[in-house]
Design a protein. Structure first.
Length: 256
């Protein structure tokens, strides 16, 4: 990952957006190179770029037209380019330790954190001028593993959202049929490029991962029992310390 030299300034600009209670800012992710077939396939299907206009999103006055909102947090950004207000992240309990790279869930920690921000009534700002360059996987075998990981992470994130925000269960049940159509129907926007830029083998891996995601989250949750969360102020986690450092630097930048 390569950050643009103005990344910190632009992330800080996102936190100063004219929006109520901004707790998270995400930025634009562009490919660092597109030299192999695998990289082209991931860029076409992965939808890392979320557009070139600033967007403010919340569950109130800035609610998007997306019928599956707020569960489609993958449309709002990615963990490769995000920042949080330290106090808000602590208040929300930090990242779910049962999700993320290195766990059985293999991902979903960023999406779960975005969901927590929205479910708590805070705003998320997409700031496209906060630019980062991402190195996509170069070979097809790595892309196959990534497709499986994306599916498992998505299923784990959705499970995490319901476990940690049970009040959203009724809305989730109401949206479940539309969500299943979006994920699996051949004519859905998500599957529009299947068979051309995204082979069916990768589709199968992604869908299998999605089905296995809840089980993977359960296994990961059992393994992570006792893990400290950033809201424990006696011993802040490494992530909390990093976010604290970011906030201090951002404050210095914004005051110039």
């Amino acid at each position: 990952m390569i950050l643009d030299r103005r990344w910190l300034t632009e992330i800080s600009r996102g936190f100063r957006a004219a929006a109520p209670n901004v707790a998270c800012v995400t930025g634009l992710i562009m490919p660092a190179e597109l030299q192999t077939q695998a990289q082209l396939m991931l860029e076409t299907h992965g939808h890392f770029g979320k557009g070139f206009e600033q967007r403010v999103v919340n569950c109130g006055t800035h609610r998007p037209a997306d019928p599956l909102f707020p569960f489609t947090t993958g449309k709002l950004g990615s963990g490769a380019n995000m920042a949080f207000r330290t106090d808000r992240l602590r208040q929300l309990g930090g990242f779910d330790p049962a999700t993320g790279t290195g766990t059985a869930a293999r991902g979903g920690d960023d999406l779960a954190a975005f969901f927590s921000v929205l479910a708590a009534g805070y705003s998320l700002v997409y700031q496209p001028t906060a630019l980062a360059w991402h190195h996509h996987r170069r070979d097809l075998e790595a892309l196959r593993n990534q497709a499986s990981g994306y599916g498992i992470g998505l299923g784990a994130y959705l499970t995490s959202a319901l476990v940690n925000h049970p009040a959203m269960a009724v809305q989730a049940l109401r949206l479940a049929p539309a969500g299943l159509r979006y994920a699996f129907h051949p004519a859905s926007p998500r599957n529009a490029r299947v068979g051309s830029s995204w082979p069916r083998q990768l589709v199968w891996r992604e869908r299998r991962g999605l089905v296995l995601g809840p089980l993977a989250y359960g296994v990961s949750r059992l393994r992570s029992r006792g893990a400290r969360r950033p809201d424990d102020t006696r011993r802040p986690s490494a992530m909390t310390q990093a976010q604290t450092g970011f906030t201090q630097v951002a404050q210095k930048v914004s005051s110039r």
